[in-house]
Design a protein around this ligand. Structure first.
Ligand SMILES: Nc1nc2c(ncn2[C@@H]2O[C@H](COP(=O)(O)OP(=O)(O)OP(=O)(O)O)[C@@H](O)[C@H]2O)c(=O)[nH]1
Length: 356
């Protein structure tokens, strides 16, 4: 079974995580939008000298409905689903006011446009197109009920009454969108950071380390690769527990950070293996490797008496034209020899440890 980030709600509705609180987000905007929309409609009704049912309907849609919608969603077993229905009712109500106003052009166009824009802003796929259908039905039904009368000219008082909705609602929506965009930008930065760094140690992640090491490699300047592997790490885990093992990995990452010179790229390849690309020739980077080895040997944890060490394989960039893979293979062979020679030591690549 595929695992998704969605949560199965009480009746099996699959609710996307970012829409679980849709009704909370919508309530203030609905109250504001519908509340301001009442002004031009009332002015038009006054100009048309409409009867009380139209007034009552308008006041209900504008002043009562937003709170009814909130209560409906709040007390529903699946608020998200109730809110989707609320959205459709919103649109139908907004559209129903157009025939009641005899299609007075500016307020009718404004109501239909804002109702559609609200559905688009909700971020629910296909909601706006469904709501268009709902509006069409509402316009047809209300037109039949009111006798389909056309009186599209917009007077100055109606125009003035439209201004609060146009200005305040538009600005409020813009502020909400601005906050959302800022939030998404921050989350993107965080995601970017997470993908570039190893969550446990804070060193570069494998993929990002490979990019950085390749950059150093193609620059053609002196460089060395240090592959650092924890000795008998499995037994540390077995004897002291996984949490202590994690502390050891963090401690080793700190040791690497403290030992490497500027311009180096240190990453965790996975498990108990680290890699450092150092911008120094092999002979000059030997003291860096020794510093790492000595720091790890001296490492002490607060919570457990753990003695640990690392083996390090070092290699220069292979022949021109070969890539990071060959460089890593060369250092890996040297590392293998360091392990075979008894661990807690450094081994530089020799011609026979270069890949064939
Ligand atoms: N605590 C902890 N352990 C991990 C993590 N990732 C991998 N390991 C463990 O690291 C151990 C690596 O063990 P091995 O590959 O057998 O190597 P080793 O015991 O270090 O032996 P040598 O490399 O031969 O010295 C395994 O037991 C893994 O379960 C991690 O993120 N945290």
């Amino acid at each position: 079974m595929t695992r998704t980030n969605h949560r199965e709600d009480g009746d099996g509705t699959d609710v996307p995580p970012h829409l679980r609180n849709l009704h909370r987000r919508t309530y203030p905007m609905r109250t504001l939008g519908m509340g301001l929309a009442v002004l031009p409609v009332l002015v038009v009704l006054h100009e048309l000298d409409t009867g009380w049912p139209a007034w009552a309907w308008t006041l209900f849609c504008s002043l009562v409905w937003p709170h009814v919608a909130w209560l409906r969603a709040r007390h529903s077993r699946v608020p998200y689903r109730a809110e989707l229905t609320n959205f459709m009712i919103d649109s139908a109500m907004a559209a129903s006011l157009a025939p009641i106003m005899h299609f007075n052009l500016l307020p009718s166009a404004m109501l239909v446009t804002l109702a559609t824009a609200d559905k688009i802003n909700a971020g629910v796929r296909g909601l706006w197109s469904r709501s268009l259908l709902g509006m069409l039905v509402a316009i047809l039904v209300t037109s039949v009920l009111t006798g389909f009368q056309l009186d599209i000219a917009t007077s100055t008082p109606v125009l003035l009454a439209c201004l609060p909705l146009m200005v305040i609602h538009t600005l409020a929506v813009s502020v909400t969108s601005y906050r959302l965009v800022r939030k998404v930008q921050k989350q993107n930065l965080r995601l970017d950071d997470l993908s570039r760094h190893d969550a446990l140690t804070g060193l570069l992640s494998r993929g990002h380390w490979q990019e950085q090491a390749t950059t150093l490699l193609v620059a053609g300047a002196p460089a060395s690769l240090l592959l650092v592997d924890v000795d008998l790490f499995k037994s540390i885990n077995d004897h002291h527990g996984h949490a202590t093992g994690d502390d050891v990995l963090r401690g080793i990452a700190d040791a690497i950070r403290a030992a490497v010179p500027d311009g180096s790229h240190a990453g965790r390849l996975g498990g108990d293996e680290f890699a450092v690309a150092v911008p120094l020739a092999l002979t000059d980077s030997r003291h860096v490797a020794e510093d790492i080895r000595a720091r790890v040997e001296a490492l002490q944890l607060d919570d457990a008496p753990v003695q640990c060490s690392v083996s390090i394989g070092m290699a220069e960039p292979p022949l021109a034209g070969t890539g990071l893979r060959a460089w890593m293979e060369s250092a890996d062979r040297a590392l293998y020899r360091a392990k075979a020679a008894g661990r807690n030591r450094i081994q530089a690549a020799t011609p026979d440890s270069l890949p064939a």
